[in-house]
Design a protein around this ligand. Sequence first.
Ligand code: AHR
Length: 366
Amino acid sequence: MQLRTRAMLAGVAVAALGLAGCSNDAAPSAPAAGGGGAGAPPAAAANCPLASAPDPGNSAPPTGVPMASGAPKLEAKPTYKVAFSQNASNNPWRLAETASMQDEATKLGYQLTVTDANNDQSKQIQDIKGLIAQKPDAMFVAPITEQLGNVVAEAAGAGIPVFLLDRNVDPAAAKPGEDFVTVIVSDFVQQGKRAAWAMAQATGGNATIIELEGTTGSSPAIDRKKGFDETITQCPGLQVVVSQSADFTRADGQEVTETLLQSHPDATAVYAHNDEMALGAIAAIRAAGKVPGQDIKVVSIDGSRDALTAVDAGDLYTSVESNPRFGPKAFETMKQYAEGQVPVKLVLEDRLFNKANAAQNIESAY
Ligand code: AHR
C-alpha cells in the first residue's frame, strides 16, 4: 500500500470529497501542470483560478470508514473457488480489469469463473443469480449501474461474501459491510475535478464544452459529472452547453459528438467521462473538418494505451487515470477479510497523463 501526498490547490476551493488512500498496482506520481495539446498554452482568464492552479491530485486518505461487520464470513483456507461478474468486455479498460483478475487468480492458484454481462443490466442480474447457484466461496461484482443492489443483497443472503469492484450500488438496496463486504473504487468525483482542472489548463478557462457522459446510472457517470460540473463553476468562462450519454463506448462517442457538433458548431472543448468516448469524439472532430487539440480541446479519464498515444500526438490534452488493474488489490482484500476485517470502502489512487509523461507510459498501458 502506498500513500501519496495530496497536492493542495493554492487558494482555490476545490475541496477533497470523501475517501482515498489505497493504491493498487498503479504507482508513479502525477506530472507537473501544463503540457499537452498543440501550440503555446492559452492565456489564463483572470477569473479562472483553476487555470493557474496545480493538479488537485488524489483526494485525502479516508478517515472513519467502518469495518465490514455484518457480511457473510469467509473461511481462511489455502485456495478458493471465486466468481467475477464483469459488466462488459467492450473496451480496453474492461478487458484489462478482467485480465488483471484472471492473472492474479492464476498466480494464487484460485479457481475463478468470469461472466460477461455484455453491457446489459438484466443479463448481469441473471449472471449473478447463476453464479450464486454455483456456490462460490466469494464473489466479485463490477456492477453496470447503481441499480444492482438487490441481486448483490441476494448473494449475501445466500451466504456469499460479495466484493464490489470499480463501481458502486445504491446503499439503500445493498448495505455496505452487510450486503456486500466492501467496494474497491477510484474516487470518481475527484477524477471529475482533475478533469475540470485539466480543461482549465487546456483552454485558459474559456471554453464552450460538450460533455459526453458514461453509462446512465453508473457510479462513474454520476460522480465524474458531479466533480467536473461543480469544479468548473470556479471559472465562468467554462460552460457546458450540452451533456449527453455515449455509454462509455468509442462508437457512441463518435456518433454523439458528430450530432452535437452540428447543433453546437461553436463548441471548443469536449469532456468525455472515459477515453473510449474521447477517441470517438476525436474522430468526429476530424470528420467535421476541425483539428482536435487545436480547434477543440479534449479531456478524458482512464489512461488507456490509445488515449496516451493521442495525448502524445496532441489530439487529447489529458487523460486522468482510472486504474483498471484491480486483481492484486481485490484478492489481497479478500484474503484480509478471511483473516480479519476490512473497511467497507477502499479508494484507489490514480495518476494523470499529459504531454509531459504520456509517451513514457504508452508501453505499460493497456
Ligand atoms: O467504472 C470505470 C469505467 O468503466 C471506466 O472509466 C470505463 O472505461 C469503464 O467502462
